[in-house]
Design a protein around this ligand. Structure first.
Ligand SMILES: NC(=O)c1ccc[n+]([C@@H]2O[C@H](COP(=O)([O-])OP(=O)(O)OC[C@H]3O[C@@H](n4cnc5c(N)ncnc54)[C@H](OP(=O)(O)O)[C@@H]3O)[C@@H](O)[C@H]2O)c1
Length: 213
């Protein structure tokens, strides 16, 4: 039988809320965390799903086996510094795309990826990169005609990655193992390209990735 998981989400923005609902719909228990516990609680109430509770980032990290970082990436992030002991031995899902707009061209910000950088900071956690190429609007409206988009998942801990892939496959997405954590550089670069396309009217409302074979 499938084991349902406890998922913590740090950040109550469009991705945080969208992923909270998506994980909860797949049967997992979700704690939506915020820098302000009251805000986390309030937003969780607004999502009105029996599997979602809200609180502080600390509550979300403490209660969960899988912790999604749904805030913008920042080097030496104070939140990660504070929560580091609580995140040890857990699976951390980095969804961030540190990209920059250079005179209209959207480019990756660094030569190494946010995921690798976070793995360097959280050396006792199992860091995975995923959902980087899934726009927030796709979380609430996941199908393209009747097709699911792919969620490309990268990570160096094969067991953690396999288990996370299984979790995603119970959501309205199909997960693919896209290789080691360093491949997050490619995923973040792909996101930069996708954001460029999203600026064009024909892609604005709906853009996702599916590899055809
Ligand atoms: N939007 C997309 O389509 C998309 C797609 C793929 C990946 N991503 C990635 O997903 C992440 C979140 O994106 P988003 O669009 O959801 O962003 P967002 O709507 O701006 O939300 C980010 C959330 O992070 C928290 N936050 C803000 N500043 C913070 C700080 N200094 N320290 C700690 N937490 C802070 C806030 O929640 P609290 O106030 O509750 O703490 C905020 O609501 C980003 O890394 C982005 O690159 C976004």
């Amino acid at each position: 039988m499938r084991e349902l998981k406890k998922v913590g989400i740090l950040g109550t923005g469009s991705m945080g809320k969208g992923l909270a609902v998506a994980f909860a719909e797949a049967g997992n228990t979700v704690c939506l965390g915020s820098r302000e516990a009251d805000k986390g609680k309030k937003i969780a109430e607004l999502l009105s799903h029996c599997k979602i509770t809200g609180g502080s980032n600390q509550d979300a990290a403490e209660q969960s086996e899988y912790v999604v970082l749904a805030m913008r990436y920042q080097k030496d992030h104070p939140v990660l510094g504070e929560l580091k002991p609580l995140l040890a031995d857990k699976v951390i899902i980095d969804i961030s795309n540190p990209i920059i707009d250079v005179g209209g061209d959207i480019e990756p910000l660094w030569r190494i990826s946010a995921s690798e950088s976070i793995a360097g900071e959280l050396e006792h956690s199992k860091v995975i990169g995923a959902f980087k190429n899934t726009f927030a609007s796709t979380l609430s409206s996941p199908y393209f005609d009747q097709m699911k988009s792919h969620v490309l998942v990268v990570g160096d801990d094969q067991q953690a990655k396999n288990e996370f892939i299984q979790m995603v496959n119970f959501m309205p997405f199909e997960a693919l193992d896209a290789g080691p954590l360093r491949m997050a550089r490619v995923l973040e670069g792909m996101s930069a390209m996708m954001y460029s396309f999203a600026q064009q009217a024909s892609y604005r409302n709906k853009i996702g990735i599916r590899l055809l074979n």
